[in-house]
Design a protein around this ligand. Structure first.
Ligand SMILES: [Zn+2]
Length: 293
C-alpha cells in the first residue's frame, strides 16, 4: 500500500508546476517512477482502448497537461505521488529524451560520443538531468512534424530514447532510489534542437510493407488510432494525427483509415485541408525507401 509523504508530494507538485510553466506537460509519478494514477479500466473484463476519452484520470502519459488547474487535480487524486513525468513528443518542445544508462559495463556516454564522431554531429548544450543511479538524460527538442519512437538500446547499448508516448522523470522527483536533479548550469537552458544527423538515427528504418493484419485486428487497431486522434487537446492535434497516420501506414491500413482519421481530426478542430496534408506527409514518410545502401 502506498504511503503518503505530504512533503514529497508538495515538492513534486511545485516542480511539476514549474516544468509546466516552461511548456512541458506533466503527470504525477509514484516512487517506482510509474504513473501514480492507475487505469480506471483495469478491472473491465474487456477493456477497450481508451486514452482519456472517458474523462477520468489514469491514462498514463495521456493525462499529461501544462494547465496548472488540471495538474493540481491530478496530484490531488494521487496524494502518494513523489515525482512527476514529463511527456515527450508534445507541442511546443516535441521533447526527445536521450537516456544514457549506467547499467552493466556499457559506457553509454562513450557510445554517444562515438556515434557523434561517426555521424558528424555535436551534442548541443542542453538540459541534462542526473538520475540517482548515475545515469543522465539529455533533453532535446524535435521538429513538430516528426514522430520519434521510443527505443531501448537500439542506437547503441545503454542508450534509450524517449519519444512519442514516452515520458521522462522530471528533475526534483523523488523515487525509491533517490532524487533526480539537473546537472549544474543546465536547469535554465531550453531543450536544444536535436541535430538532424542524430534525428535521422532515431527514426525507424522503413519497415516492410509485407505485414497485412487480419481484417479484425486491423479494424481494432484502426479504431484505436481514431480514438487517439479524437482525444487530442489543442496543441497536440496535429502531432497526434501525424503519429496515428504513421502507424496506420506502417501497418498497411493507411489508405483505408484516411477518411476516418480526417473526420476525427476535423472534430478536434483541424481543417480538412490541414488534416489531409498531415496524413499525406505521414504517408510520404512511411513509404518504402527508394535509397540503396
Ligand atoms: Zn478511459
Amino acid at each position: 500500500m502506498a504511503t503518503i509523504d505530504r512533503r514529497a508530494t508538495t515538492l513534486a507538485l511545485a516542480h511539476a508546476l514549474s516544468a509546466a510553466e516552461r511548456g512541458l506537460a506533466v503527470i504525477p509519478l509514484s516512487r517506482t517512477k510509474l504513473p501514480a494514477l492507475r487505469s480506471p479500466h483495469r478491472d473491465d473484463p474487456d477493456p477497450r482502448p481508451c486514452h482519456g476519452e472517458c474523462g477520468r484520470f489514469g491514462h498514463g502519459v495521456y493525462d499529461a497537461s501544462t494547465e496548472p488547474l488540471r495538474i493540481r487535480e491530478l496530484f490531488a487524486a494521487a496524494p502518494w505521488a513523489t515525482g512527476y513525468g514529463i511527456a515527450c513528443g508534445l507541442h511546443p518542445h516535441h521533447l526527445i529524451g536521450v537516456d544514457l544508462d549506467t547499467k552493466s559495463d556499457t559506457d553509454s556516454s562513450a557510445a554517444l560520443r562515438e556515434l557523434a564522431l561517426r555521424h558528424l554531429f555535436t551534442i548541443p548544450d542542453t538540459v541534462v538531468v542526473l538520475t540517482p543511479s548515475g545515469g543522465r538524460h539529455l533533453w532535446l527538442s524535435g521538429p513538430a512534424d516528426v514522430v520519434v519512437p521510443n527505443s531501448a538500446s537500439r542506437l547503441a547499448p545503454g542508450i534509450d530514447i524517449r519519444g512519442a508516448g514516452g515520458y521522462l522523470v522530471g528533475p526534483g522527483s523523488r523515487t525509491e532510489h533517490g532524487v533526480y536533479g539537473t546537472a549544474p548550469g543546465t536547469s535554465r537552458l531550453a531543450p536544444a534542437p536535436c541535430p538532424p544527423e542524430l534525428l535521422r538515427l532515431l527514426l525507424p528504418a522503413h519497415t516492410s510493407r509485407a505485414r497485412h493484419p487480419t481484417s479484425s485486428a486491423g479494424e481494432r487497431q484502426g479504431q484505436g488510432l481514431v480514438q487517439f486522434v479524437l482525444a487530442a487537446h489543442e496543441g497536440q492535434r496535429n502531432t497526434r494525427l501525424f503519429w496515428a497516420a504513421c502507424r496506420a501506414y506502417e501497418n498497411g491500413i493507411g489508405p483505408r483509415l484516411t477518411a476516418p482519421l480526417v473526420r476525427a481530426a476535423v472534430r478536434t478542430g483541424l481543417t480538412e485541408r490541414e488534416a489531409r496534408s498531415t496524413i499525406a506527409s505521414a504517408a510520404r514518410m512511411t513509404a518504402p525507401s527508394t535509397r540503396h545502401p
